[in-house]
Design a binder for this molecule. Sequence first.
Ligand code: TXA
Ligand code: MG
Length: 361
Amino acid sequence: MKLGIRKKVIDININTKIVKVDPGNLDYNIIKEAADIINRGGTVVFPTETVYGIGADALNDEAVDKIFTAKGRPQDNPLIVHIGDFHDLYDLVEEVPEKAKILAEKFWPGPLTIILNKKDILSDKITAGLDTVAIRLPANNIALAIIRESKKPIAAPSANTSGRPSPTEASHVIEDLMGKVDMIIDGGKTYIGLESTVLDMTSSVPMILRPGGVTREDIVEVLGECSYDPAIIRSEEKIVPKSPGQKYRHYSPKAKVILYKGSVENIVKRINIDYEKYISLGLKPGIMSTVQTEKSYEGKTTICLGDRTKPLTISSNLFKELRDFDHMGVDVILAEAIDEKGIGKAILNRLGKAASEVIEV
Ligand code: TXA
Ligand code: MG
């Protein structure tokens, strides 16, 4: 088996059909058309509750190849397989442990991806040669309807060009994948805004490889135990992450991102100083503020992410704001860290990966 690193986005030119679907009132003609494209080996972008995904038939290698090509994704980064019903899991994995049943009962449909030992029906294309596969049941009517209508497990990574922030609305997908996929379904803004929690269930204690909407606390509450991949906790050390996707620099806008950690008071003080420094260097800085700090940056280029006490407002806006700063022509994004509680852990994980510099104040 060959696993090359493919960085370049190959120029493909497909006639991309863009359609709007109301998740509360599904148009079944469009769902059938999307399922038909999947069954014919094509690619369809659809919303999930986390981010938009680029989907293809997980059992068709040629179709899966189209995902890698459209995204410019390295071949050694395995894909998540999306299912429409819990029982579909039995077709794809060797064994469904009791703990997985408990988690599925509690968190599916929802932003939790579980990793189990795969069945041979899944090729190396999906799993990048690993013996395990990542599976999730998304909580979005459009995604579920397409999976169920196609009667196929659907491989779907985030629908961005590799390395760019994941798309949380259709315009982001169009920016990255127009002409590279068969269909883009616009189902509005995604609810959570960060990719699902990836949980390895092949170790004795379940281990979070990528933090997301289902938190460690949530999992401990039902299973009694859950650990983090050490690479998530001590990102400054050279520990190889267990999830191949986590080793890449990620979520990067074109602008340089600087992340400020410390007390809110110190963060605000330092960002104000650094903002002026970048102006004097002839650069265009932009500040990612919060409801609580917005007023401290008066007269400066600022986007307010959300409320520090309601981290879901921040997670749902983060990737959009990284892209918005690019559209504004900002050179340096000065980003405030938030509390690491709950989904705050996932927000900081993504900000940390987007940042080329972290300043402790
Ligand atoms: O919320 C989500 O999970 C979105 C939506 C579209 O469902 N999908 C998504 O997929 O974020 P993607 O491909 O962008 O991220 C999948 C992550 C990567 O970091 C990959 O390395 C990891 O899951 N992964 C997949 N299979 C794995 C496996 N067998 N072992 C370890 N990590 C795995
Ligand atoms: Mg991704």
